[in-house]
Design a protein around this ligand. Sequence first.
Ligand code: CU
Length: 114
Amino acid sequence: MRLLLVFAAVLALSACAGTTAEADPVATNEVDLPPSYKFVPEAITVPAGTEVTWTNNDNFTHSVRLLDDGNVVLTMKPGESVSFTFDEPGLHNYDCSFHATDMKGTVLVTEAGA
Ligand SMILES: [Cu+2]
Protein backbone atom coordinates (compact mmCIF):
# COMPACT_ATOMS: atom_id res chain seq x y z
CA MET A 1 0.00 0.00 0.00
CA ARG A 2 2.80 2.41 0.90
CA LEU A 3 4.55 1.68 -2.43
CA LEU A 4 1.40 2.57 -4.33
CA LEU A 5 1.19 5.94 -2.62
CA VAL A 6 4.81 6.80 -3.51
CA PHE A 7 4.18 5.84 -7.11
CA ALA A 8 1.09 8.10 -7.25
CA ALA A 9 3.09 11.03 -5.83
CA VAL A 10 5.80 10.66 -8.49
CA LEU A 11 3.17 10.60 -11.22
CA ALA A 12 1.58 13.79 -9.88
CA LEU A 13 4.95 15.58 -9.79
CA SER A 14 5.88 14.70 -13.35
CA ALA A 15 2.46 15.83 -14.59
CA CYS A 16 3.08 19.25 -13.00
CA ALA A 17 6.49 19.64 -14.66
CA GLY A 18 4.96 19.03 -18.07
CA THR A 19 2.42 21.84 -17.89
CA THR A 20 4.80 24.74 -17.11
CA ALA A 21 6.72 24.63 -20.44
CA GLU A 22 4.03 26.18 -22.68
CA ALA A 23 4.04 29.49 -20.77
CA ASP A 24 7.78 30.07 -21.14
CA PRO A 25 8.63 32.69 -23.78
CA VAL A 26 11.21 31.73 -26.42
CA ALA A 27 14.47 33.73 -26.49
CA THR A 28 14.51 34.96 -30.11
CA ASN A 29 14.05 38.20 -32.06
CA GLU A 30 12.40 36.54 -35.06
CA VAL A 31 8.71 35.74 -35.32
CA ASP A 32 7.28 33.74 -38.23
CA LEU A 33 3.76 33.95 -39.64
CA PRO A 34 3.26 30.54 -41.28
CA PRO A 35 -0.07 29.58 -42.86
CA SER A 36 -2.47 30.38 -41.37
CA TYR A 37 -3.32 33.20 -39.01
CA LYS A 38 -0.73 32.77 -36.26
CA PHE A 39 2.47 34.16 -34.77
CA VAL A 40 5.21 31.53 -34.13
CA PRO A 41 6.43 31.57 -31.47
CA GLU A 42 3.53 33.41 -29.83
CA ALA A 43 5.56 34.45 -26.78
CA ILE A 44 9.17 35.62 -27.09
CA THR A 45 11.67 37.35 -24.82
CA VAL A 46 14.49 39.77 -25.76
CA PRO A 47 16.83 42.14 -23.90
CA ALA A 48 15.93 45.86 -24.04
CA GLY A 49 17.16 47.59 -27.21
CA THR A 50 16.59 44.53 -29.44
CA GLU A 51 15.02 44.85 -32.88
CA VAL A 52 12.34 42.18 -33.39
CA THR A 53 11.44 41.11 -36.95
CA TRP A 54 8.17 39.52 -38.04
CA THR A 55 8.00 37.77 -41.43
CA ASN A 56 4.69 37.08 -43.15
CA ASN A 57 4.90 33.64 -44.78
CA ASP A 58 1.12 33.34 -44.93
CA ASN A 59 -0.98 33.98 -48.05
CA PHE A 60 -2.89 36.91 -46.48
CA THR A 61 -2.01 40.42 -45.35
CA HIS A 62 -1.40 40.64 -41.61
CA SER A 63 -0.08 43.25 -39.22
CA VAL A 64 1.63 43.72 -35.90
CA ARG A 65 -0.39 46.17 -33.78
CA LEU A 66 1.71 47.15 -30.77
CA LEU A 67 -0.95 47.52 -28.08
CA ASP A 68 1.48 48.69 -25.38
CA ASP A 69 3.54 50.90 -27.71
CA GLY A 70 1.10 53.55 -28.94
CA ASN A 71 -1.00 51.09 -31.01
CA VAL A 72 1.53 51.39 -33.85
CA VAL A 73 0.36 49.17 -36.75
CA LEU A 74 3.04 47.56 -38.95
CA THR A 75 1.36 45.99 -42.00
CA MET A 76 2.88 43.05 -43.92
CA LYS A 77 1.70 41.75 -47.27
CA PRO A 78 2.59 38.09 -48.00
CA GLY A 79 6.38 37.77 -48.20
CA GLU A 80 7.06 41.04 -46.37
CA SER A 81 8.79 41.65 -43.03
CA VAL A 82 8.44 44.40 -40.44
CA SER A 83 10.67 45.30 -37.50
CA PHE A 84 10.33 47.17 -34.21
CA THR A 85 12.92 47.96 -31.55
CA PHE A 86 11.82 47.40 -27.94
CA ASP A 87 13.53 49.76 -25.50
CA GLU A 88 11.19 49.56 -22.48
CA PRO A 89 11.52 46.53 -20.18
CA GLY A 90 8.23 44.78 -19.42
CA LEU A 91 5.57 42.74 -21.17
CA HIS A 92 4.53 44.14 -24.56
CA ASN A 93 1.29 42.75 -26.01
CA TYR A 94 0.53 42.84 -29.70
CA ASP A 95 -2.03 41.43 -32.10
CA CYS A 96 -2.90 41.51 -35.79
CA SER A 97 -5.23 44.46 -36.38
CA PHE A 98 -7.07 42.54 -39.12
CA HIS A 99 -7.56 39.32 -37.12
CA ALA A 100 -7.36 40.47 -33.51
CA THR A 101 -9.37 37.58 -32.05
CA ASP A 102 -7.18 34.87 -33.63
CA MET A 103 -3.72 36.40 -33.74
CA LYS A 104 -2.05 37.60 -30.55
CA GLY A 105 1.50 37.62 -29.30
CA THR A 106 3.73 38.93 -26.53
CA VAL A 107 7.27 40.25 -26.27
CA LEU A 108 8.80 40.07 -22.79
CA VAL A 109 11.56 42.71 -22.73
CA THR A 110 14.18 42.19 -20.04
CA GLU A 111 16.70 44.71 -18.67
CA ALA A 112 19.69 44.98 -21.02
CA GLY A 113 22.69 43.15 -19.61
CA ALA A 114 20.61 41.41 -16.93
CU1 CU B 1 -3.80 38.79 -39.47
